[in-house]
Design a protein around this ligand. Structure first.
Ligand SMILES: [Fe+2]
Length: 185
């Protein structure tokens, strides 16, 4: 629990970070079912269970008086023609979230019901994720996408909702450019 003041500078090379921050990795094997090309996913996972993203964050008490904040380092890469992405989640509680892009190029996918929004992330961009929208990051660039997030500490992460209600769009590379397409053809 971090109930003392702290500051951090996003740097994935600092591992593990010092208190009060913690670090965790998400590998290809943690992203089962997230990519549209299941054969390409299986091949990539057999070849090497790569780290797709790393999160460094605080561990605040889970109440609205605190903020869960940290940084996501999403590696560049693709499964087939689909760019690396995070699992995505909704919040258990009706809580908004802020993203700040510190480095790299990518997108935030946000879905609520049938509506799917694709928001660009470039350095210094700030993105507001309203309550009730599922959200996921996508790295469409050649470098690590570094994103700082802040959300009420009692928000909670619901990954099963996204599994049951997948994002309707995904981002693939076409002629060297990212393109939003229907996730299920
Ligand atoms: Fe979130």
């Amino acid at each position: 629990m971090c109930e003392v003041p702290f500051a951090f500078t996003p740097d994935p090379r600092v591992a593990p970070p010092s208190e009060p921050l913690t670090l965790f990795h998400r590998r290809l094997s943690d992203l089962e079912g997230c990519f549209r090309d299941s054969q390409a996913y299986a091949r990539a996972r057999r070849a090497q269970d790569d780290i797709v993203y790393t999160v460094v964050q605080n561990s605040p008490p889970r109440d609205t008086s605190h903020v869960l904040t940290g940084t996501c380092f999403l590696q560049p890469g693709k499964i087939g023609d689909e760019f690396y992405l995070t699992r995505g989640h909704t919040h258990v509680a009706e809580r908004a979230e802020m993203y700040h892009c510190a480095a790299g190029t990518g997108l935030v996918l946000m879905q609520r019901g049938e509506r799917c929004e694709v928001i660009s992330l470039t350095p210094r961009a700030i993105v507001y994720v309203p309550p009730g929208w599922a959200h996921r990051l996508v790295n469409t660039g050649p470098a690590v996408l570094v994103t700082v997030f802040a959300v009420a500490a009692d928000a909670g992460h619901d990954y099963e909702y996204v599994r049951a209600h997948p994002f309707s769009k995904t981002i693939v590379e076409r002629d060297g450019q990212p393109l939003s397409i229907a996730a299920i053809e």
